[in-house]
Ligand binder design. Structure first.
Ligand SMILES: Cc1cc2nc3c(=O)[nH]c(=O)nc-3n(C[C@H](O)[C@H](O)[C@H](O)COP(=O)(O)OP(=O)(O)OC[C@H]3O[C@@H](n4cnc5c(N)ncnc54)[C@H](O)[C@@H]3O)c2cc1C
Length: 599
């Protein structure tokens, strides 16, 4: 169990807490990892920079993908696996995708047993709705509030364990002894007190980094802390160039630009039209139309607006009026409320205006599919902060099942590691004090200094301009120059006020992550000289066969710079490769959809 202690030092006071497993993040991945570790009889600390019950997971709307076959009995893990790989343009880790597709149904049923109340079919089974590029109706959902139900259920489950939760507490550094991660340093957001967490293993579950862009569906929490903390500790990252632009974010009023319009709208039959009234998806993916993969629909929406066929506020029209008021209130109540309250639009009577918004990060910490282990001993990762499952494009609904499948595996993996390890989690006190000093620097700076808010704004604008959903080498290079300029200015950051309730000070921590991730994304986007999924280089004609066989791996080099290497993807074993032959698809009894759109 946890042991608490207090220490005084000449320079700074901090507390020490000790756990077998420290989990950073209380979204779906972190909470599922916590359940697994407590079931192994280990002491667990969970740290979240917001409140328990918040996190991005709570915002998830459309549903959780798992091949239960409740509505389309022909569905099975094989088809889910194939859809995931095809959508990821085959740079996914195939073993990760195989585990995922096989285990997702168990995790959904487990969630149901733990109390989640899903929408039902007339026969009383968990209902499943269609979503883009899923061959079958596969998304289990709770209206359009699936994430809320997931978090509510997981939260109750975790609160019934001995895990201890630290809310509004931000981790700033992973602490190492030799090459092992043995804890982390944190500060409390309310009053700036420092805590040294000692831990035999750390599970990183900090979510994504949409906040590097100005227009995003992500909340303030999406600053990518975990991926940079892991990178600084020596972890390998994968597919960092792959950022998902969701095709449909709100465009009006300006204050809510980027807020998500769930893919559930298109899943329930929503139609996309341009200002000329055309269902333009016919020109981009005539087979799958509005239910094409997200990368294709996002580019289509973007192109329609660029070519002058946009709506008055710079979007395209998404029409769900055919469902009528009752249908919408049953399937999409949040969307109805969101548009009525924020834009004064009744979506049962009028179409919505939508445009792509930065939504999800396919790349992240490279992990072992079986255990969630990174290449750094003692460091595990799960959820959106981890990379590998989704390749070049994530399918809608695949994140929530990812959180549960690999949250559980990371919790199990960390537990096995803890049980086998004999090392101590002590480190030299000087390391803790050095980090505390670094975190306090912006508050102590004398004279003139840079505002973290203005730097954040500059960064977000630079990323919008230079690393958007269609990219060129020249523009990326220009963007890199701006990002590196901001990096140089970090040391000069200054924050007014004290440590008490000081959002400026919190932003000063975040901006370091945002800048580092932006640099990594631009550098890897420069290396992937092709069009593949979310990485769409306008200065190249299409996919490159050679690059289709590699991942770009990022690791901090000995000079502290971004090191990038191409790493060959191992060939898919026969039992998986053979699934892509037509006969196997037909054996599953399914209607095979048309070829992937090359747009
Ligand atoms: C609006 C919206 C709708 C979505 N809808 C769907 C959907 O229908 N289906 C689907 O599959 N996916 C959906 N997604 C994606 C999905 O919700 C996320 O990918 C997923 O919830 C991420 O879960 P996570 O556990 O990895 O991280 P999160 O839920 O983002 O949680 C991250 C946690 O880490 C904590 N944290 C971060 N940094 C630190 C730090 N330095 N110190 C301490 N704590 C830290 C945060 O406070 C938080 O508790 C949606 C996303 C959004 C934004």
């Amino acid at each position: 169990m946890a042991s608490n202690g207090n220490r005084d030092t000449a320079r700074e006071r901090y507390e020490t807490r000790e756990y077998d497993v420290l989990i950073v993040g209380a979204g779906g991945a972190g909470l599922r990892a916590a359940v697994a570790a407590t079931e192994n009889g280990l002491s667990v600390g969970i740290v979240t920079k917001s409140l328990l019950g918040k996190a991005h997971t709570v915002m998830a709307e459309g549903g959780i993908a798992a091949s239960l076959g409740n509505v389309d009995p022909a569905d099975g893990w094989q088809t889910h696996f194939m859809d995931t790989m095809k959508s990821g343009k085959f740079i996914n880790n195939w073993r990760t995708a195989e585990i995922f597709a096989k285990e997702a149904p168990d995790r959904v049923y487990e969630l149901e047993q733990w109390g989640a109340l899903f929408n039902r079919t007339p026969e009383g089974k968990i209902s499943q709705r269609p979503f883009g590029a899923h061959t079958y109706r596969r998304l289990c959902h709770v209206g359009d509030r699936t994430g809320l139900e997931l978090i509510r259920t997981m939260q109750e489950k975790v609160l019934a364990t001995d895990a201890e939760v630290y809310m509004e507490t931000t981790i700033t550094k992973l602490l190492k002894s030799g090459d092992r991660v043995v804890g982390a340093l944190a500060y409390t957001r309310e009053n700036g007190k420092f805590i040294h967490f000692k831990a035999k293993a750390v599970v990183m579950a900090t979510g994504g980094w949409g906040r590097i862009f100005k227009v995003t569906s992500n909340s303030w929490e999406g600053t990518g802390d975990g991926v940079v903390l892991a990178y600084d500790a020596g972890a390998e990252l994968v597919d960092m160039e792959m950022m998902q632009f969701h095709p449909t974010g709100m465009v009006w009023p300006p204050g809510v630009r980027g807020l998500l319009v769930t893919e559930g709208v298109r899943g329930e039959g929503g139609l996309l039209r341009n200002s000329e009234g055309d269902r333009y998806m016919e020109n981009y993916d005539p087979e799958r139309m509005e239910l094409s993969s997200r990368d294709v629909v996002a580019r289509a929406n973007y192109t329609e607006v660029q070519e002058g066929r946009g709506s008055p506020h710079g979007g395209v029209y998404l029409d769900i009026t055919h469902l009528g008021y009752d249908g919408i209130m049953n399937k999409l109540p949040t969307m109805h409320e969101q548009f009525l309250k924020l834009a004064d639009i009744d979506i049962s009577k009028e179409p919505m205006e939508v445009f792509p918004t930065v939504h999800y990060t396919m790349g992240g910490i490279k992990t072992d599919p079986e255990t969630g282990a990174s290449n750094v001993p003692g460091l595990f990762a799960a959820g959106e902060v981890a990379g590998g499952l989704h390749g070049a494009n994530r399918l809608g609904g695949n994140s929530l099942s990812d959180l549960l499948v690999f949250g559980r595996r990371a919790g199990e993996g960390a537990s096995a590691y803890v049980k086998e390890s004999v090392h101590s989690s002590d480190i030299a006190e000087g390391e803790v004090l050095t980090e505390i000093g670094r975190v306090l620097e912006p508050l102590k700076k004398q004279g003139e200094g840079e505002s973290p808010y203005l730097m954040q704004q500059e960064l977000q604008e630079a990323m919008m301009e230079h690393a958007n959903l269609m990219r060129t080498g020249d523009s990326l290079k220009e963007g890199l120059g701006k990002v590196l300029g901001l990096k140089d200015r970090l040391a000069n950051m200054k924050v007014q006020g004290s440590r008490l309730f000081n959002p400026g000070w919190h932003t000063a921590q975040d901006i370091r992550y945002l800048i580092q991730i932006s640099e990594i994304i631009i550098r890897t986007a420069l290396e992937r000289t092709e069009r593949r999924g979310a990485q769409w280089r306008l200065d190249f004609d299409g996919p490159d066969d050679e690059l289709g066989r590699v991942n770009f791996i990022v690791k901090k080099d000995e000079q502290g710079e971004v090191g990038i290497q191409k790493r060959e993807i191992p060939p898919m074993p026969e039992h998986l490769a053979s699934l892509f032959e037509d006969k196997v698809v037909d054996m599953a009894g399914g209607e095979k959809r048309g070829a992937e759109s090359q747009f």
